[in-house]
Design a protein around this ligand. Structure first.
Ligand code: OFO
Length: 168
């Protein structure tokens, strides 16, 4: 059984992952409308990944006799319509750093509660967050290099189609 504290923390996290999925999805739609064919594929793909992160938590909570509750009343989708591509990825980078902090906090709680099953389960998320932060930072660095260069932007967008797969 999960302690009340762990149940609360895991539930919060599953809702954060659901919000992440929505955030990437809204950005995918934005970039599709802007004509960024590669960027939008990357973001649509990543939205699906975030949904998998959420699902893993739901299945784990239920398997441990908890109650996985989806509570989408705290959507954090920012208004992105006036953002540049760089600002969009800066927002994502900040978002991923916040998620990392939350995962770290959950790990801490699992140790306080002496819930080593949950501690072990969370190690997948710890590893994943290292990848997530690094992935978005790498993309931001590329955008920084390109700046206003239209040709560079075109090639960057083309590369983004496969970037996700190549990174792993
Ligand atoms: Fe679920 O890792 Fe990104 O947000």
């Amino acid at each position: 059984m999960l302690s009340e504290k762990i149940q609360k923390g895991l539930t919060r996290q599953l809702n954060r992952e659901s919000e992440s999925s929505q955030l990437y999805l809204s950005m995918a739609s934005w970039s599709e409308r802007k004509g960024y064919e590669g960027v939008c594929e990357f973001l649509y793909d990543h939205s699906n990944e975030e949904r998998i992160h959420m699902l893993k938590l739901i299945r784990y909570i239920n398997k441990r006799g908890g109650n996985a509750i989806l509570n989408n009343d705290r959507m954090l989708i920012p208004n992105i319509t006036s953002l540049s591509l760089k600002e969009l990825f800066m927002k994502l980078f900040e978002h991923e750093k916040t998620i990392s902090k939350e995962i770290n906090l959950l790990v801490e709680i699992s140790l306080q509660e002496k819930d080593y099953f949950t501690y072990n389960f969370l190690q997948w998320y710890v590893k994943e967050q290292i990848e997530e932060e690094s992935l978005i930072k790498t993309i931001l660095d590329k955008i920084e290099l390109i700046r206003e260069d239209k040709g560079g932007l075109y090639l960057f967008d083309k590369d983004m189609k496969n970037f996700h797969k190549n990174f792993e």
